[in-house]
Design a protein around this ligand. Structure first.
Ligand code: MF3
Ligand code: CO
Ligand code: CO
Length: 264
């Protein structure tokens, strides 16, 4: 198994792509309100990526995916296809954006809360975010990739939530999805992969309120929902392993809880 090691020039370009992806989520925030459709949000983001950022959506046309972003509402775990669905007060919404700039990728997602959400849904979103942050704080050269699942799983377990097993984080730089496969649950498969400076990958835990089991929509082949129709939440960052921790290429200005660079 070969995991690409980035040099300084690669890293500079990863920072540019990552910043653009983060900026799309910052830009869309005021538009995510009750009444708007997911298709309208997607159009605003596609226009911004193409005409303001002069970048490319990595999702549009990826294995035939029809839209520029993924918008996953409530029980949708990931790969929600934007369309005619209206957002309602109380919805929890994941928006996942991947941009390509100068051949390099930035991939990130966050949860948006529409109006007042239930305490349980709020807790679910918080849990997904905190589990991502804990994993980011745990990675550095010399530790096994399995530290990520070892960190995230207990945080979900403690709340009575579950970690999705069917989808993982991924290596990313000049390609969208490469090795390694970043599992978010406890596993032995990634214990012998040791992190090194210059590796870049995503961490993107999907946390379900009920069962971890998922179903793929048979009609469109994309939309993933929880098997029990209970809600799901996800946060994603792209990171690069540094000398003593990691740097987050997709860090947003609203993230006061974490810094873009960790010295672990
Ligand atoms: N951005 C997603 C990820 O985190 C992948 C979306 S692929 C798409 O890996 F085709 F559905 F857009
Ligand atoms: Co990803
Ligand atoms: Co993504």
């Amino acid at each position: 198994m070969d995991i690409k090691i980035l040099d300084e020039a690669d890293i500079a370009k990863m920072h540019i792509a990552g910043r653009l992806a983060a900026e799309v989520l910052e830009m869309i925030e005021p538009h995510v309100k009750a009444g708007v459709t997911t298709g309208e949000l997607d159009t605003i983001m596609q226009d911004f990526i193409e005409n303001q950022q002069h970048a490319i959506s990595a999702c549009l046309g990826y294995h035939g995916y029809p839209k520029a972003t993924c918008i996953s509402v409530n029980e949708v775990v990931c790969h929600g296809i934007p369309g005619i669905q209206h957002l309602h007060n109380g919805d929890i919404v994941n928006i996942d954006v991947t941009v390509i700039k100068d051949g390099y990728y930035g991939d990130t997602s966050k949860m948006f809360r529409v109006g007042e959400v239930s305490p349980r849904n709020h807790k679910l979103c918080k849990c997904a975010q905190e589990s991502l942050y804990a994993a980011l704080k745990a990675v550095k050269p010399g530790v096994p990739l399995s530290i990520i699942g070892d960190t995230i799983q207990p945080i979900a377990d403690k709340e009575g939530f579950s970690v999705v097993r069917d989808y993982c984080g991924h290596g990313i730089s000049t390609e969208f999805h490469t090795e390694p496969c970043v599992l978010h649950y406890k596993n032995s498969a990634s214990r012998n992969i040791i992190l090194q400076k210059g590796m870049s990958f995503t961490i993107e835990p999907m946390i379900n309120a009920g069962t971890w089991k998922c179903k793929v929509n048979k009609k469109n082949g994309w939309t993933v929902t929880t098997a029990d129709k209970q809600p799901s939440a996800q946060y994603e960052h792209t990171l690069i392993i540094t000398d003593d921790g990691c740097e987050i290429t997709t860090h947003r200005s609203d993230e006061n809880e974490i810094s873009p660079v960790f010295h672990n």
